[in-house]
Design a protein around this ligand. Structure first.
Ligand code: BGC
Length: 742
């Protein structure tokens, strides 16, 4: 497929528009309500005052103009809890007593809910806590596509699928902005790996960029009027994202109608003239390029003052839309509040995925099992912090062991814990000890002993926040610290074994699933994670989460590995903007490695499905304690819309929620396409015996592909198979419609 650099000539000037969709932004941005006032303010500002707004003031703020009553912009990391207060110019915490926040389930957990409504609540919760702390802009949601199973920040991101990611980005953005805080969509764009993120140059086809990587950003801008965007660390087609005119001007502003402000990722600015003219508003957190150097460039006539005025206007739009909170009003009460804790619980309870359910062990019957062994380091480990990057100083975090103990308090069941394996530590990571070490015989013996003398074993393992971290990708997906071996021995000691995997990303669970008849994924699931897990295990809540990404059988099956375009050779150094500054400098001088997105549009299940590569657990998979029956599919299409109607019934004996997934395949397509693609989904709650009609409407424009010959979206005429499933590989109903030629 054609490369987008064909749209660029040497100096970075765009000669062919990559954005001729002819679409106008969906609705007028709320940011446009103050234009006259802004003009008047800019007229009164000195050049120095203007430039002073275009870079960091402190680590998490950029300046306003006090003289004119323009408040500073206060930023808050994001994306899964409001970060504690820091000293103005360092990463050191201030140590306040009121800045403990709610730890919300991380990105892939939110995505596993497949619920735009819960994403809205999540955004609401984040905004409420941001406002209590006097923050204007949340540095989130983090919405890059989970391209690699090993990506260090997969746990922060949402999904391997653009439609699911887009729906949740929209929900989060609306929820946050309806409640008074701006979002900052990050990291724009194509920041899909952590290794060498500060130096890689992404090579991607225009089609893959449009169909896979940009939709979550586009939807949050067009449909939810996102006010902020963070430019990513990497380059795209030769240009740093913070000075990439194609991304920042042509696509984001000209095509999508973005009216807000773009800030750099921390330390991700690389030039003065290039950045400000391409569309960067604020260099964060310092002023190396957009401070004195920018002032000099304007004075020397290299940058026109009208460019500065435009960048200031874009910031002021956000500043005048988001009411500033006086410093005296911020931090008066504890950040984490019960309403937000409830949201964290709701998200967690809907996110847990039941992967496997044999052996009739679940839900746990406390009359049947009088002694329960809870085994594993993750049963007692808090996941709100760890690794590099934003953590949450959580007011509290209920661990799995605490949750299980809380919920079984009055049942008379004895609960005992054994560590089973060593949790991977920060020290291990810094000294580059591999997480993929052997089991510790002493811990195994102890755990096996406990398993033998208990009626039921609940193993809580998986990754932790030192294994999955910003700044570096994982080197594999096997279970860390000898957990496979431990699981095998536990199963031999007691076959009544339920395995709970705490993770934000895919794992190789082949051996684990042989050992455990029942297995769940419970994510890095926030302050209430342990309670939500216990409620699912005990059956108060029927599991209803669905995988937002594929679990491959083995890492080498996944597209970038199979095509040997990842890891790039230079990544052996694991250089990072923070982790290894020497490497960053070196890499930047050498031009950095190329990240070749050779798998093109075949990301995640699109690859496995189309190439017929078997997987362990498919995208969209997730079982329930009850049974859903799908029937009576009717499909039709008119000029503008595809309509599908079906009946869904709960034929089991428990309440449950099902996520109905609608995929579309184009059997006679003249172009290369995935076998099928997710085009819609609905989460439906049903009581036992209840039946509901599910109606889905899809605007036909959602079926378009990016045509690289015209650089525009195109709707292909012909047959479209409508496939309704409980997962991408569990298709229950199908029908076909004809898309008319136009
Ligand atoms: C991360 C951003 C984050 C920023 C500020 C960067 O390293 O990539 O996601 O918002 O730091 O903490």
């Amino acid at each position: 497929m054609k490369r987008i650099n064909q749209l660029l000539v040497g100096s970075g000037i765009l000669i062919v528009s990559a954005c001729t969709t002819g679409q106008k932004p969906e609705k007028r941005s709320a940011l446009m309500a103050h234009e006259d006032e802004i003009t008047a303010l800019i007229d009164r500002m000195t050049l120095e005052e203007k430039v002073n707004m275009l870079h960091g003031k402190h680590m998490f703020s950029s300046a306003g103009v006090e003289r004119l009553g323009i408040a500073d912009v206060e930023y808050a990391d994001g994306p899964f809890g409001i970060r504690e207060e820091m000293e103005p110019n360092s990463w050191n915490p201030l140590g306040l007593t009121t800045d403990s926040a709610t730890f919300f389930p991380t990105g892939s957990a939110l995505a596993a809910t497949w619920s735009e409504a819960l994403a809205y609540d999540y955004g609401t919760g984040m905004a409420k806590e941001a406002r209590l702390r006097g923050k204007d802009m949340i540095l989130g949601p983090a919405i890059n596509i989970q391209r690699l199973p090993t990506g260090g920040r997969t746990y922060e991101y949402l999904s391997e699928d653009p439609l699911l990611s887009a729906a949740l980005s929209v929900g989060y953005t609306l929820g946050a902005q309806d409640n008074g805080a701006a979002v900052c969509l990050k990291h724009y764009a194509l920041n899909n790996q952590e290794n060498d993120r500060g130096s890689i140059d992404v090579k991607v086809s225009a089609r893959a960029m449009r169909e896979i990587y940009l939709p979550p950003f586009e939807a949050a801008v067009r449909e939810a009027d996102a006010y902020g965007v963070m430019a990513a660390y990497n380059k795209v087609e030769g240009y740093w994202c913070s000075e990439n005119a194609m991304l920042l001007q042509r696509i984001l502003r000209d095509e999508w109608g973005f009216r807000g402000m773009v800030i750099s990722d921390w330390g991700g600015t690389h030039s003065t003239v290039g950045a400000v003219t391409a569309g960067l508003n604020v260099e964060m957190p310092g002023s190396r390029y957009m401070g004195e150097a920018l002032l000099d460039s304007v004075k020397a006539g290299v940058v026109s003052e009208s460019v500065i005025d435009t960048r200031v206007r874009e910031i002021l739009r956000v500043r005048l839309t988001i009411a500033p909170i006086p410093r005296t009003e911020a931090n008066k009460v504890m950040t984490s509040q019960p309403a937000q804790q409830q949201i964290a619980y709701n998200v967690a309870a809907h996110s847990i995925v039941l992967l496997k359910h044999d052996g009739n062990l679940l839900p746990i019957d406390s009359k049947k099992f009088k002694s329960i062994a809870v085994i594993g380091d993750n049963a007692v480990r808090r996941q709100s912090q760890g690794g590099v990057g934003a953590g949450v100083k959580a007011l509290y975090e209920v661990t799995p062991l605490e949750g299980i103990t809380n919920r079984l308090q009055e049942s008379g069941v004895t609960i005992k814990w054994a560590q089973g394996y060593h949790g991977y530590t920060a020290r291990d990571r810094y000294t580059r000890v591999s997480p993929y070490s052997d089991a510790d015989p002493k811990l195994v013996t102890e755990a096996v002993q406990l398993a033998k003398t208990s009626d039921l074993v609940i193993f809580v393992g998986g990754n932790n926040r030192e294994v999955e971290t910003e700044g570096s990708d994982r080197i594999g997906i096997t279970l860390p610290m000898g957990q496979d071996e431990l699981l095998q021995k536990l199963a031999a000691a007691n076959p009544r074994l339920v395995a709970v995997m705490v993770t934000g990303a895919p794992l190789d669970l082949r051996r684990a699933q042989e050992a455990a008849p029942a297995m769940l994924i419970s994510w890095f699931n926030g302050s209430e994670g342990g309670n939500a897990l216990a409620d699912v295990l005990m059956g108060k809540v029927s599991p209803s989460g669905k995988l937002p990404f594929t679990f491959p059988l083995q890492l080498d099956d996944s597209p970038a590995y199979k095509l040997k375009v990842y890891p790039q050779e230079a990544t052996q150094k694991q250089g990072d903007v923070f982790v290894n500054l020497v490497d960053k400098k070196e890499a930047a001088q050498q031009g950095g490695p190329v990240a070749d997105y050779a798998e093109d549009i075949f990301v995640g299940y699109r690859w496995f499905d189309t190439k017929e590569v078997p997987v362990l657990y498919p995208f969209g998979h997730g079982l329930s304690y009850t049974t859903f029956t799908y029937s009576d599919l009717q499909v039709r299409a008119d000029e503008k819309t595809l309509y599908a109607t079906l009946q869904l019934s709960n034929d089991g004996s428990r309440n449950g929620e099902e996520v109905v997934q609608l995929y579309v395949g184009r059997p006679d397509s003249q172009i290369e396409r995935p076998l099928k693609e997710l085009k819609s989904f609905r989460r439906i709650a049903l009581q036992p015996g209840e039946k509901k009609e599910v109606e889905i409407q899809i605007p036909l424009e959602k079926l378009r592909h990016w045509d690289e010959t015209t650089n525009d979206w195109k709707l292909e005429a012909g047959a479209a198979d409508v496939l309704i499933g409980s997962s991408s590989q569990d298709i229950r109903l199908s029908g076909t419609v004809q898309i008319a030629a136009r």
